[in-house]
Design a binder for this molecule. Sequence first.
Ligand code: COA
Length: 204
Amino acid sequence: MHIEVAKSIHVDGIVNLQKLCFPSPFPEDCLWTSDHIERHLATFPLGQFVAIVDGIVVGSASSLIITEESWRSHSGWMKTTGGFLFENHDREGTTLYGADISVHPAFRGRGIAKQLYLSRFELVVSSHLDRFGTACRTPGWLEWQVARRDATYPEYCLAVVNGLVRDRTLTPLLRCGLQYHGVIENYMEDNESGDGAALLEWKP
Ligand SMILES: CC(C)(COP(=O)(O)OP(=O)(O)OC[C@H]1O[C@@H](n2cnc3c(N)ncnc32)[C@H](O)[C@@H]1OP(=O)(O)O)[C@@H](O)C(=O)NCCC(=O)NCCS
């Protein structure tokens, strides 16, 4: 397995990976199309990484740079990124923002996300940015809260952060070295996560 900066030859692989990594009930119209990926490659080529095994794309991570103001506003995915074409990308910004990370289901638990994150962190350092930031889905929330009628979303995220509950997405991202900074309500349409997300940051 190796990580490299994504190129046009990887576009189909990235699109296929999305379908495998974000199955229903995640909304299909929120998945990248090849036009989106091509635009990311044109807008910010150094911010798009893929993980390759035997020539096949088994992981991908898309990023853009956002301003300090954008980062501190902790808005939803659409406002923060500027949408599927990353129209909020600003090369004068302070924050490398993770728009998505995907690892093929058959290749999970082998450290691929961790390697993709290391590449992102190296880019923060080499580009003299202040931080890496993202907001992470928490798909275990829907099932967890059924038996806990009065429980709140921040309580769920804290339980995951404290290792009391394992979330299949938030737990791995915390183990990649990201720090938890609270929740964003109404981050994106995502029924399993109650439309919320956990705000995560890494600083050099
Ligand atoms: C989340 C995701 C990217 C993790 O990818 P991965 O390559 O399996 O993660 P890694 O193998 O690098 O694991 C990183 C750490 O998390 C741990 N981990 C991985 N999967 C885990 C799980 N399901 N539960 C608990 N811990 C897990 C690993 O043990 C490792 O920790 P360690 O190094 O301390 O042992 C992958 O599951 C995925 O693509 N999910 C679907 C798409 C998605 O939800 N993306 C995130 C959007 S916010």
